[in-house]
Every structure is written in structure tokens, then in C-alpha cells.
Ligand binder design. Structure first.
Ligand SMILES: [Zn+2]
Ligand SMILES: [Zn+2]
Length: 444
């Protein structure tokens, strides 16, 4: 139960609203009520600068986990004053002055009056959003073809709820850091050309905050770390046809830090898994759908004379039947091994469109067993009469006089991996081959 809902009302959200909801509401309202926007509106609504200030103030309090927690517990007093009048910045600093006897260096603003500055400049650090967390999401082509609901168990850093990110036990608080005397920075001597200069470096003990919770004052839950690890199930939808490396952004579900204005986003990167039947062809442009490719294996008879049968089961479980005409019929052609034929619109989805399905023809020649059977049935001469005639001896036709003819053997060709496709599917590492062999890399 919250003490006061005024700030939530100002943004038009419920007191239990998520950080993402608050952010969205703030952006929408701030845009609508911004004084610059207001003066140029044509709907005749009078400019209301106080409304914009209200929205701004609500955002500043509610977007900060510490301030929001205080506001929820104590209402407006807890978060720094009665509203209106003094600027938010000022109220915030007054609040800190009251709580901790000084503004921590991490929060910017003027140096505390009469503080032992020691000549150090006040640090101007703005609170920014925590950087995003990135996770990899392997997906089958079936999942990518239909789109799917997925969930991930995400482990992330959250502001400790027990101490609301202060790191201290109830009634205790962080004290100025002993190492940096509350300045958040220490100094090191550094040679700069002919001079030795005193350069500021971030204090390692308080990590630049200037405040440090003493061990005996530390929060029992987070041991003074101010954050805890937390596991959460994150549900999301994968759009059909997402490309390799594309990212699904889940607002506010990344790591959270009490020093940031908002929790980081979670970036989920799509990685299609290799498929036993289909290969995903890299798209021509980021907006175009990918083609799928697979092998169409035909018998010699089918290759020459046409066929009508189920050729494959698609990624969504549908069968695909092809009626390939025979000789003399309309649309007939001999499908030779290595030919590529296309089934338009049976590729991967993308924004309501589909790529093509590319079929690489493979012709399974009859084997020795079949040929032996034919010979036993006395069919060899019949077949020879039916098949195209043999070629004349090549040597007599093209080999120049004085040139020799060598006897050679036929061996199986070793498949060369298609590097680009390997890279696209994340299964190959085409650039690793050069590792260690690059010029200048080997010392011995
Ligand atoms: Zn804690
Ligand atoms: Zn320190």
C-alpha cells in the first residue's frame, strides 16, 4: 500500500506500475505538455506550464528506485518536500542534506556548502539507464517459420528491496567513505610529458559514490552491496521470420543499479539453429524475407519423364506435392542434377510476405545392383538402343598432333563449405582459419 498516489496520478498510471509503464507514460505526457509544443498547438488549449512541471517532477521521483520507494512509504515528504515552489533539483539536494548531511558526489549539483572540497572539482555525473543485458536465443526454423511464444529464466541484478538500495540496515546509513573522505575519487601521480601531475581516479572502496556502508551497518540481505541477484521468468513473442542477429528488446528487464535512473533493458538476440532439411538463405536486405533452400532428390525416371508426388513436408507440417509434366506435356523439362528450381512464396515469412523455396535437384542414378539385374534379364542392348548414343572417342577429335593423352582416374570431389552460409547460421567460424597465420603474428 502506498502512502500517496499524487505522483502516479500525474502520470496517469497505477501505483503498482512497472518502470517501463512509468517511462512510457512520462514520454507520452511530456511530449504532449511540453511548453514548446503547447504554444504551437492549434487546438486552442491554453498552455499550462505547471502541468508539464508536475509531470517532470513525478517522473524524477518515480524513475528513481530510491526516491520511488521513499515516496511509496512516506508520500511527498519522504521524497523531498511539499511540491511546487522550490525546483526539483533543489528539493532533492535538500533531502539528501537532511538524510546524510551532504549531497553525495555521485548525484551532481553544487558541492556541499562548507564541505572540505580539498580543491577537487565537484563531479557532474548524470544518472543514466543501466546498459542492456544481452542473451542469445537459439530457435529452430519451425519456431521462426510460425513465430512463437517463448520464455527465458533471466538472472539479473536488482536493487535490494530490503534496504531499498541503500545497502544499510534499517535506521543506519552509508557514511562518507574513509578512503576518499567522501569525495568519490582519490588521486594518483602521473607523468604527463615533463611534469608529474596529480590526476583524479575513481575511489575503489566506494566505487566513486563517496559513501560507504560500514560492515556493522550493512543490510542483512545484500551485505551492503545494495543489489541482489534475482531470477525472473520473462515471457515474450518471437515474430515469424526474424533474421539472424535481430534483437528483441524487453524494456527494464535487464540489470538494475541504484545508481542508474532506470533498470537496463534485456536484449534477446535471435540465432536460428541448423535444420536437417532446410537451409535459411541470408536475406537480400534487412526488410526482405529469407529464402529457404533444400534438396529435391529425383530418380532418373523422374528426372526424364516427370512425376507427381509429395516432395517434402514443410516447416509448418504441410505437405508439398509437385506434378511435374512428362515429355510432350505443357511445362515439361528434364530436371538435371545441379539444376535449381524455385517454388515461389514457400520460403520464410517476413512482415506478411514470404521468400521462395529453392530446390536443388539431385538425380539418383540407378546403382550396380539395378544394372546387374538388367543384364541378367538380357535388357542391356534394349536399354542401349533406348538411351542417347555414346560419344565418339574424344582424343581423335581435339588432341593436337604431338600432344600426349594421359590415363587419369575419377575420384569423389570433397565438398567445400559455403562460408557465408556457415557464418549466417552461426555454425562456422570462417575467420578463424587465419588465426595465428596472419603476417607478423608468429614470433618464432
Ligand atoms: Zn540491502
Ligand atoms: Zn571512496
Amino acid at each position: 500500500m502506498v502512502a500517496d498516489t499524487k505522483l502516479y496520478d500525474a502520470l496517469g498510471v497505477a501505483p503498482g506500475a512497472s518502470d517501463a509503464e512509468i517511462k512510457k507514460a512520462y514520454r507520452k505526457l511530456a511530449l504532449r505538455h511540453h511548453p514548446d509544443k503547447q504554444s504551437s498547438t492549434t487546438d486552442g488549449a491554453p498552455a499550462d506550464p505547471t502541468r508539464f512541471q508536475e509531470i517532470q517532477h513525478a517522473w524524477e521521483v518515480l524513475s528513481d528506485p530510491d526516491q520511488r520507494a521513499d515516496y511509496d512509504e512516506f508520500g511527498e515528504k519522504g521524497s523531498g518536500g511539499g511540491g511546487g515552489g522550490a525546483g526539483d533539483e533543489e528539493m532533492f539536494h535538500d533531502f539528501f542534506a537532511e538524510m546524510f548531511g551532504g549531497v553525495p558526489p555521485g548525484f551532481g549539483g553544487p558541492p556541499p556548502p562548507g564541505g572540505g572540497g580539498g580543491g577537487g572539482r565537484p563531479r557532474q555525473k548524470r544518472k543514466t539507464q543501466t546498459p542492456p543485458s544481452v542473451v542469445d536465443l537459439p530457435l529452430t526454423l519451425e519456431e521462426l517459420y510460425t513465430g512463437c511464444a517463448k520464455h527465458l529464466a533471466v538472472e539479473r541484478t536488482r536493487t535490494c528491496a530490503t534496504c531499498a538500495g541503500s545497502g544499510a540496515k534499517p535506521g543506519r546509513q552509508a557514511k562518507p567513505c574513509v578512503k576518499c573522505s567522501g569525495q568519490g575519487q582519490t588521486f594518483a601521480m602521473k607523468q604527463m610529458g615533463p611534469y608529474i601531475q596529480r590526476v583524479p581516479i575513481r575511489c575503489t572502496l566506494c566505487e566513486g559514490r563517496g559513501l560507504k556502508v560500514r560492515d556493522q551497518d550493512a543490510c542483512k540481505k545484500c551485505k551492503g552491496a545494495r543489489t541482489v541477484r534475482d531470477k525472473k521468468r520473462v515471457d515474450f513473442h518471437v515474430e515469424r521470420g526474424m533474421h539472424f542477429g535481430e534483437t528483441i528488446v524487453i524494456s527494464g528487464e535487464g540489470d538494475e543499479s541504484p545508481d542508474s535512473s532506470a533498470p537496463g533493458d534485456l536484449h534477446i538476440t535471435v540465432r536460428p539453429l541448423p535444420h536437417p532439411t532446410f537451409v535459411l538463405v541470408p536475406p537480400r536486405s534487412p526488410s526482405s524475407p529469407s529464402d529457404l533452400s533444400t534438396t529435391l532428390s529425383l530418380t532418373l525416371s523422374e528426372s526424364l519423364l516427370g512425376f507427381s508426388r509429395l516432395i517434402l513436408v514443410h516447416l509448418d507440417g504441410r505437405g508439398l506435392r509437385v506434378a511435374q509434366p512428362g515429355p510432350g506435356q505443357r511445362g515439361w523439362r528434364v530436371l538435371k542434377g545441379g539444376d535449381e528450381v524455385v517454388v515461389p512464396g514457400e520460403g520464410m515469412w517476413r512482415a506478411g510476405r514470404r521468400g521462395d523455396l529453392v530446390l536443388r535437384v539431385e538425380v539418383a542414378m540407378p546403382d550396380e545392383q539395378w544394372a546387374m539385374g538388367l543384364a541378367e534379364r538380357g535388357g542391356v542392348e534394349t536399354l542401349r538402343g533406348l538411351l542417347p548414343p555414346r560419344r565418339p572417342d574424344l582424343a581423335k577429335v581435339v588432341v593436337e598432333e604431338g600432344k600426349e593423352t594421359d590415363e587419369v582416374e575419377l575420384e569423389e570431389k570433397k565438398e567445400q563449405p559455403e562460408e557465408e552460409e556457415q557464418w549466417y547460421h552461426g555454425t562456422g567460424r570462417p575467420y578463424d582459419e587465419d588465426e595465428g597465420a596472419a603476417p607478423g603474428c608468429q614470433q618464432q
